[in-house]
Ligand binder design. Sequence first.
Ligand SMILES: C[S@@+](CC[C@H](N)C(=O)[O-])C[C@H]1O[C@@H](n2cnc3c(N)ncnc32)[C@H](O)[C@@H]1O
Length: 218
Amino acid sequence: MTELWDDRAQAYRDSKTHAEGADLDLVVEWCAPGPGRKVLDVATGGGHVARRLREQCCEVVTTDRSRGMKPDVVSRAEDLPFADGSFDCVVSRIAPHHFADVRKGVEEMARVSNDVVVIEDTLFSSDLHEEAEKLRDPTHVRNYTEVEWVNLLTGAGLEVEQRQLHEKVHPLEDWLARTGCEGEEAERVRELLADRMTGDGTAWTDVKIVLKARKSQR
Ligand SMILES: C[S@@+](CC[C@H](N)C(=O)[O-])C[C@H]1O[C@@H](n2cnc3c(N)ncnc32)[C@H](O)[C@@H]1O
């Protein structure tokens, strides 16, 4: 799986849907950026969150399990090589649906934060959409519902302070090309996403959930 992501690295750096959007703006805002703020960006991919936070003078460390993504530290989210409470904020955007053990990944993010955890991920919508996502990208594990997200964060000792939903439009050809999905598989993906297609069939929409959680003061 790691090699797959190594090969995709440039496509994710160049991806407009990852590089910008109201969802990214909100993630950055909820990280409360400013000079000296220490932030860990988990599963940084093309590094878009880290870039924005560095522009606002945060001290950012990036991790990713793929060496090709050129993170500061190559690491699985489930095994973060940092001491407890090392960062003021730990963030992970559009990545936990790839984690083999999402519960462990969220626990690790909570452990290495001394204050805030910010998550953005795709919201679960239906089993058909999950089938489409897995066909288009075999590294897709599962999207989670809003209730599942709150339970994951609460179970890791965090209190959810804020959450927002954002509709995101994905130009279909770019989205399929990023993971090399073509031919009959691409046709099947189009069928499975029929109820989420835009009128002209050139794009589809999903919903992202953004959550800000804080370590419980127990
Ligand atoms: C869609 S990209 C992330 C997008 C990026 N955070 C952004 O905002 O543009 C998903 C990333 O998750 C990484 N990844 C997948 N499973 C992982 C895991 N268990 N631990 C750490 N990184 C993982 C992949 O290597 C890939 O770089």
